[in-house]
Each structure stands twice: as structure tokens, then as C-alpha cells.
Design a protein around this ligand. Sequence first.
Ligand code: HT7
Ligand code: ZN
Length: 873
Amino acid sequence: GQPVRLSDYRVPDYLVDAVALDISLDRTATRVRSTLRLRPNPEGVAGAPLDLDGDELVATALRLDGAALDLALATPDRLTIAAPPAGPFVLEVETVIDPTANTKLMGLYRSGSAYCTQCEAEGFRRITYYLDRPDVLSVFTTRIEAERDDAPVLLGNGNPVEAGAVEGTGRHYAVWHDPHPKPSYLFAVVSGRLDALRGEFTTSEGRRVALAIWVEPGKVGQAGYALDALKRSMRWDEDAFGRAYDLDVFNVVAVSDFNMGAMENKGLNVFNDKYVLASPELATDADYAGIETVIAHEYFHNWTGNRITCRDWFQLSLKEGLTVFRDQEFSADQRSRPVKRIADVRVLRARQFAEDGGPMAHSVRPDSYSEINNFYTATIYEKGAEIIRMVRTLVGPDAFARGLQHYFDRFDGTAATVEDFLGCFAEASGRDLAPFFRWYVQAGTPRVTARTHHDAATRTLTLDLAQDTAPTPGQGEKLPFVVPLRFGLVLPDGAEQPVRTGEDDGLSDAELANDTIELATATRRIRFEDVEPGTIPSLLRDFSAPVRLVTDATDADLLTLMTHDTDAFNRWDAAQTVLSRLIIARVRDGGGDPEALRTVFAAVVRTGRHDPAFAAQVLALPSEGELAREIGRDVDPDAVHAAREAVRGAVGRMLAAEFRAVIAEGAAAGPYAPDAAGAGRRAFRNAALSLLAAGDPALGAAQARAQFDGADNMTDRVAALAVLSLIPGEAREAAFAAFYERHAAEPLVIDKWFALQASIPERSTVDRVRRLLGHPAFTLGVPNRVYALLGAFGANPTEFNRPDGAGYDLVADAVVTLDGRNPQVAARLLGAFRSWRLLEPGRRALAEAALKRIAAGPDLSADVREITSRSLG
Ligand code: HT7
Ligand code: ZN
């Protein structure tokens, strides 16, 4: 379709005071009766036509103030009433929809044996005609009716008010009322045969809330962790942000067919079952952490998203960035804060930096889109969260807390903008945040360069900072960002050098008080006084801004920071930089000697005894994708892979004895529990196993097979299988076969089996994946299967980017096939092509040809068309 532009925003011409829906569920012919109490918006255009959105709808009845209207006023995607009354009026609309035929999984559809809905962003218009935009808030009452045997559970938004039998039929009904005005994208209905794990929560305001996690029959035993995470989230939001829950019930439903992770519908969250179901035998530590995060995220939306929503979809980061920030803080409080920060930055660099450096780069507050579903991106979510973190760093924790409180007080019950949000912090802190606002409107990852010079005679350390941001599509010129750089000065023995600056080129009192340099201009010089020779600046502590930092630190400086920095994030990041330099030197000229790392890495292994989760993060080398971006152009993924494996092998051989000891000690650990401490120990031990196997595949295979056979939990079993998957031969195939046989009945576990096979860095993988597409456990109809097999293949650096283009063709074929069925999922798969311009010319040409082939197809969805044309543009 035509692009939608932020500059075209107009307030709605009509408002909806109340919506009454009567939904009579049927597998192929569900009848929806909608009664809308409308009135002209005093701020809109008087006498404007009423234009309601639809999508593939069929109207079967229309009445205005009781009088029948001509059905010809309705097309599948629009209902227009040219001259509605000048005062309040009632519009009744009846539509009939087919949930079974709905393969897009937007609107009302069937998942397993249940009915469910997904309305964000524009799914409500697939249920009934409506002003389907987030700034139209209304009070919803929903009556749901269904066959009692087929659908004994009837769930809606808000509080249950009435339920009963429909006399003389096998049908029953329930009525739900949601007193909180909401936009249509938060509407939901779920109905089917479901079991509940129930709980209760009493809010700080004394409200008793009935909680339930609804799952497929027989799976309540896997819902305990989600319920526990929900209760912890509810308490934390009261303690950390003063936000209490506001209804009498809170329902979470797990469904197996879902395009994304989960959805925050008011009082009725709907989840991809992968973010609900867990047991030690079936879920890994990473799965448990994912459940905790997503449960918290959706719950936190109740305030940041639902009570205060977005004026339009350009403001999406207003709810998503803020809610990611909140779930990150929650998880940091539940687990190790530095390790959580490292994990979050890994994701940011892998996904958001890649997006920001490629053809899909867009600002956190975009100014146009064709298909809003394409904008649920790492930039909107993760970079949006980083912006909020920077606000906190810049205004300080107290003004940040006051600003947020002000935001909740002032905008509760409204549809707000990013400007409204930032204005609260400007007010609370007295700061002008206008220059900072550039983070919302300029795309791209700034590069910050730092050069140091120590003058022995005057004992001054001069720090020269510069920032620049490469052009992104549609934005040629970039103005400087306000970059908060948390910092310290580290003495060679690891002590902190006290910070003093002089009159000239000094830091402000606020900067000194916050240990934060504010780089707001293209360049800045800072002179530190009375500085010991050999002092090393530790910059961007805790990753205080989403930038790429380039320093002149020597490897020796980095090894000092890695050992001594008081900031754990920078200890880890120094290690990553050393490793990245070493691997890239190998890619360039075969140089780089890992031997230099022996002492420090031996020390890392020793620290693993008391902080194993942190040590595991150090031992996980920079990813091939990160290395490729660091190289920046003409990348040969095979060379990157070979160099990285060579370094992993060298580290594995160098520290083989230490790693064997770690593995042996870990084996004696007690029974499995998914807590952070246990997860850290397993991560450390499995990192050791992976490096040991890289250094000595035969020994690694034996150790991995023993762990695979003896594991009492999925984390260790799947880690062992991952190690085996990298070692070609019979042992690997036997392990895959055993894993399948053991878990064939559990689709979410088979997804791990699909993903590991699709990730094998060998030329035979394309054929393996093509074979698996025909496996009985695979279907293109379930997004989780598609992401597991094809998504993992698209993330396989060497095989997706095969030099003959067969990897591109495989994904392109799948995108074309999927597009006819589920365009959102097809468009997501296309994300595999996001870095194609970094490749060497041969691969680049093949990737471009594959994209062009997709773009040339007939009947492309708006979703896929937008991604291909931006990627090629
Ligand atoms: N707010 C939710 C977004 C979402 C979604 C968007 C488009 C299509 C399907 C979708 N399912 C969920 C998820 C969240 O951020 O919490
Ligand atoms: Zn969200």
C-alpha cells in the first residue's frame, strides 16, 4: 500500500464512547455483532464522513440509530458513512468471519483446538469494522458464545460479569466488561478446551487478583514457572515503579500458533507457548530466562502501553522501548545485573547494530512506513530501551523517578507521544532535552573515537573524543548526538585514579558528580590533571550509550582493564575487543597469536569458580556476525568462521587441563533448578566443554556424548548436542536420532533439534534443511517451526552465505511460498538478508539476485514488498 507518514497525522473525526461486541464462535462462520456508541470529535472535522477500517470483511447487517443501511456501503476493507448525524449516534454492524481459514494469524483464528485473537497492530479490523487506530479509546463489553463441549473456556478482556447456558442448545456464553478505555489493538478473546494453573495476588492497594495460566490440556505441570514469574513481576512493578494492577483477574493463555512472542491484551495476555511452558527436562536455562522476561514484559505493558498507550504507530517505541527497559531492569534485579547487561548488549549489537548499519536502518521514531508489522524491530524495542537508559544516566536516578511518576500521573488514560514522555523528564530535571531528542529521529549507530595522550612533564592526560554517524537510507547528514559516556581512570595496578580536570577543557560539576562525560558535539577535548603515567581511561562503562567505541588502547591496556576494571561490563568488553582483534588479524593475514591470552584467560577460568555466569560470557567469543560488521566490507564469511574456529581451538588446547577440571567439577553439581546461580554454573561448564571440543574434537565428542546421555536437564543435553553438531560423523547423527526419538512428542523441543541442524557450518546443511522441510514434524503453518528451521538457517553465517548462492535461494523460495499464507512471518524470514551489502562481491551479487527474484514475484504482500524494496533500494 501507500506509505503512511507521521506528518499526515490528524486527530480522529469521531470518537467511540462504548463498544458492545457479541461474538458467536463457530469454526468457519463466526458471527460478530458490534454496537458502537459514536459521536463527532469536537477537535475533528465537523461533518466529515465516518470511515471505518476493515480487512477481508463481509458485512451481513448495518443499522444506524436502528434504521437499516445499504450493505453496499461496506467493502472488504472499508465501511463509509458519508454524512453521519451531527450528534451522538449508534452504529450496529454484523460481520461473519472464518477463523479456520485465517492463516495470517491476525484477527480471530484457530490455534490447536482453541479460538484466539491477535489484534496488534491492525488485526481488529479483521473481526469487525472499526476506527482501528490507537488514539481511539473506548470501553468494551464482550459477550462470547460457543459450543460448550468444544469450547468450555470463554475468556475476554477486563472482569467477568455473567455466564450461563444458552437455553435449548449445547451452547453457553460469558460476558466480560473492561472498565479501562482502550484502543482496539488491545482487544482479545480466547475460547477452547484449556486447563488452568491458578494463583492469587493481593496488590499493594489491597485488591485480590485471581491469576490463571491457561495451557493445552495436560500441560499445567509446565506452567508453574510462568505463574511464579508473573507474581514476581507484579510485586516488582509495585516496588520499583509504584504500579499496581487494576482488574480483578489476570489471565495468560499459551497458544502454539503465534507470529511473535506474546501480546499484552488488557487482562488477557496471549503468549506463544514457547514463553510459558517449561520443565527441567524440556526447557533450557535460556528458555526459563526468556519466560521470565516475556511474562514480565507483557505484564509491565499494563501501565506502559495499556493505561498509557500510543497516539499513533510512529510512537511504538513509547510503549516498547520503555517496556523493554522495564523488563531488563526487572531481570537484572532477579539475576546478576552485570551479566544481564552483557547479555542485553550482545543482543543489541547482534540485532540492532546490524539493522542500523544495513538497508533497513530506521529511526526509533520513524517518519513513514508501508506495513506497520515490519516495524516491530530491534531498533524500536532495544534501541528504544537504550534511549531511556541514557535519559536516566543524563538526568540522574532521582529526576528520572520523578519524571516517570509525572508521566504516569499526567498521561494515564491517554494516547501519548514520545515528546510527551521526554517532556516529563525535561520538567523533572530542568534540562533542555531537545538536542537529546535526535536519538529518536536520526537512524544509525554513532561511532565514538577516543585518543589519549599523557604528558609526563605536566602529568596531564588529554582525551580527544570525536563522533560521527554514517549516512542511512534517506538520511544523508547526521547531527551530533548527546552521548553519555560513563567513565573512570584505571591505574596500571587496577586502582581508580581520582578524576580532576582544570578550568580549560574540563568537565562540569554534574559530569564529575555522575562520572559521565557528555559528548554533545562532533569533537571534544578533555584534560585530566595529576594523572599517573600508564593510566588507562575506561570509557562507556556499563555500555552507557548505544555507540560503537573505537579507542587507541593497546592489547596490554585491554588486558589490564579485563583484569582490573571495577566495571564488570568493561572487563567483559575489553576481553571481547582483544579476541575480536586477534580473530580479525587472522582473517586479514593469518597473524595474531592466541598464546598472549594464556595468563589472562587462565585467570578468567579461575574467576569462574565464584562468578561462573560472568566467566561464561567472557569465554563466548564475539559472534561471526559481529566480526563481520567490525571488518565492515567485502566480508568472506568462510574466512571469518575459519579464523574464529582457529582461535577457539587454540584457546581450547591452551587451557585444556583447566577446562577438563571445570567440566569434572560441574558434573558433581546437585539436582537441576532453573535459578541464576545454577544457570551460571551450567553456562560456564558448557562454555568450557565447547572450547575443549574446539581444541580436541575427539575428546570433546566423547565428553559431550557422556554429558548428552547422562544429563538430567535440557540445558546440559542440548549444550552437549550443540557441541556434537559441530563434529562431523556418525556420533553426531546418532545423537540427533536419539534426541528426536526421545522428544518427538514435544514440538518445542523438536524446534531445538531443527535449529541445531540448520546451524551446522558445513556445505551439506542446505540439503539437510531441504530434507527437513519435508519432515513430518515440520510445517510452514506454525511460525515456531519456521523460525526454528528457516530462521536458524538464515542466521547460519557460512551456509546461508554459501559462495554458490544456494543458501539465499533456499530462504528466498521459502519466503515466496510463505508469503501467500502468512506475510508477517515471510517478512521476518527476510531479515536474514539484512547485512548483504557487507559481503564480498560474489556473494553480494547472488544475494541481490535472490532479493530481486522475490521482488519480481506476482501478488507480493505489502510486508514482503516493503522489505525487499528497502533492502534493494
Ligand atoms: N506488543 C506486542 C506486539 C505483537 C505483535 C505485533 C504485530 C503482529 C503480531 C504481534 N504479536 C505481538 C508484543 C510486545 O511487544 O509485547
Ligand atoms: Zn512489548
